[in-house]
Every structure is written in C-alpha cells, then in structure tokens.
Design a protein around this ligand. Structure first.
Ligand SMILES: *[C@@H]1O[C@H](CO)[C@@H](O)[C@H](O)[C@H]1NC(C)=O
Length: 342
C-alpha cells in the first residue's frame, strides 16, 4: 500500500509550516487530500473449505425494501446458499436505492438488507462495493463500522483485496471512473475521499495492477459495480474498457464480475480466458433493452431477476445463474485456459 509523503516528515513543508499558520493549514489540507485520494487497498483473508474449495453467491442492484422481486431473489439465494454451503456473499453495488443511505441510522439498512436476507445460509460475511446510486447518498454511512456492529455480516469497502485459498478477489471502486457522474446536474454525488479525481483513479489503477502482479493466486477475480462489456441498457463502460480492461488482460484475470445492468449476463472475451459476468438482477429488472452482440462471445443473457453462484476448486471454476424460482438459467465451467471445459 503506497503511503503518501506526509507533510510532517517533509523538511521544506515543516520549515514553511513553522513560519506561517496559514501555510501550515494549506499544507495540511493538501496532505489530507493526498491521503484521501490514495486508494486504500486493504487486504482481507477468508478461510476456505477443508477440501480447499470455495463457493459464494453474487447479487447486485438490490436494495428496494423487498420490492421488485428482491425478496424472492433473497429466498432463492437462501436455498442455493444452503445447498452449496456458501462461504460468503458478494454484492456488486447499488446496495440501497434510490440514493444510497442517508446516514448510519437510515432504516433502509434494515428494510432492504438485514430483514430481507434472513436465510441462515446468508448469515455469512457479505463483501460489498459501492454503485453509482450509493454515491448519491452518504457514502461514509455505508462504509461505516457502525453498520457492521448492527449487522455483523455487512462489510462495504470502496476497493480492497480478499484472499481465500487459491482465489484472490480484487474489489474496485468503479463509479469515479465514469465521466458522466461528474457532469450530471440532476443528482449530487458524495465524492468525499475521491477528489482530486485524477489522482484517485491513477492510484487505484496502479494499486490494482501492482496487487495483480504480486498475486500468486491461481484464480484472479475482479469485482466492480460497472460493466466493462454488456449488451444491457447501460452497455459498455468506455472508461473501464480504456483504463481497467488492459490491466485485467495483462495480468490474466479469470473473471470480471459486475452489476449496474439489471440483468444476468455472461460474455466471453474473444482473445483471452477472461469472462465478463453481470449479476445485477437483485431487484428491479425487465428493462427490455438488449443490444446485438457477437454470438461467439455472448454466452447468456437474462433480462429478469436472479443471482449468480460461483464455485472454485483447485482446477476449475463453475458458474451457475439462477432465476427467482431457483431454476438454473445458465451454467459454465472453466479451467483457467482460453477454452472452457464444458
Ligand atoms: C417478478 O418475477 C416474475 C417471474 O420472473 C416476473 O414475471 C415479474 O414480472 C417480476 N416482477 C417484477 C416487478 O419485476
């Protein structure tokens, strides 16, 4: 983790600071902004099963007080979660609609999370990132340890690394990448910790790249809210195609998992082993906007609600998409090489 040069250890800054309290304040502010702008890639560890395998569920775009089939998705996640004995749950963001949480006491936390995902098998650790709708609320509230005290399965961090046996998951805060949120005059975004933006993005990309290069995990999975490639309503996210995708390809990432488009989707990259997986069917769906896509790449698209299950063993990764009735919509297995084992 890169530690920014602190003003107090910088001799010139210190000398100047002693001379003038105004300069001191200014330097302090600059140093504080530098600290905040550094992507803090915290590292977490999650134990795997006795046989070394790992399984988890992925849900995105969900918090609507149970409405739009959110409760049905939750119920089936509970069933499948029990059958698979899942180790944890990943949320791809847009955790609370329409505008994140107001503060730590926002009842939406209970109404859309705690009192919805009630099945015993879902009382595991949740690892969540933020979506663009979360940024419209009080971002610090979702990241607050107070929520974890209230419901200990909750954990939301902007960007972090999760190590679990032979798997490493890299969670990336994708909202600040998209230009349009910075010119959007209809909504306000809580950019605390993100500005100055260019520095934040540069540091984040560098940290992800370095962490991927240092990783010795057999399976490298990157999770973000926004799509890289998608045939859904939002479509591709050009900023991520330009800035994040080259890093994923260079470091032979196996899976990129996202939400944002309210659908379930699997696109295979034409020239590598990378799979693009959208699990954004946690509540409101059925948008009915689907673009044409190369059929060699498009493995699966479902416009309705559901979630994805991932199982990783030493030699294979297995993906399964489920609808709200618990039906299997799509299955895929990969060995980590270009061609999948079916
Ligand atoms: C809930 O799911 C059912 C089955 O897929 C679907 O027919 C219905 O339209 C969904 N309701 C909403 C509000 O999306």
């Amino acid at each position: 983790m890169p530690i920014p040069t602190s003003f107090s250890t910088h001799p010139t800054s210190q000398a100047m600071a002693m001379k003038s309290p105004t300069v001191h304040m200014l330097l302090y502010t600059v140093a504080l902004m530098a600290v905040m702008a550094v992507a803090d890639l915290q590292r977490l560890e999650h134990p795997v099963k006795a046989d070394g395998s790992l399984s988890f569920l992925v849900v995105g775009d969900w918090g609507r007080r149970g409405l739009y089939n959110q409760s049905n998705v939750a119920y089936q996640m509970g069933n499948i979660g029990e059958k698979m004995d899942v180790d944890f749950i990943v949320s791809t963001g847009d955790n609370f609609y329409d505008s994140g949480l107001v503060d730590e006491d926002d009842p939406a936390f209970y109404d859309s999370f705690t009192n919805i995902y009630t099945a015993p098998s879902l009382q595991k650790q949740w690892y969540a990132v933020l979506g663009n709708h979360d940024y419209r609320g009080n971002v610090l509230a979702q990241l607050s340890p107070v929520l974890t005290q209230r419901d200990n399965k909750w954990l939301c961090i902007k960007s972090f690394i999760l190590h679990a046996g032979n798997v490493e998951l890299f969670f990336v805060d994708t909202t600040p990448f998209q230009d349009k949120y910075f010119t959007d005059t209809d909504h306000t975004y809580d950019w605390r910790g993100v500005l100055p933006r260019e520095q934040y993005l540069t540091n984040l990309l560098k940290d992800v790249d370095v962490a991927l290069k240092e990783s010795t995990a057999k399976w490298k999975i990157v999770v973000g809210h926004h799509t890289i490639f998608s045939a859904g309503d939002h479509g591709n996210t050009q900023e991520l195609v330009d800035k994040l995708l080259p890093i994923l390809l260079e470091n032979e990432v196996n899976l990129y998992i996202n939400g944002h488009d309210h659908c379930l989707q699997h696109i295979s990259h034409a020239n590598s082993q990378l799979q693009f997986l959208t699990s954004g069917g946690g509540s409101k769906a059925w948008r009915g906007e689907i673009s044409r896509w190369n059929l060699d790449e498009m493995k699966f698209y479902y416009d309705g609600q559901g979630f994805m299950a991932v199982e990783v063993t030493e030699s294979e990764v297995h993906l399964t998409f489920y609808d709200i009735f618990g039906n299997i919509l799509h299955k895929w297995s990969g060995s980590g090489h270009k061609h999948s084992v079916m």
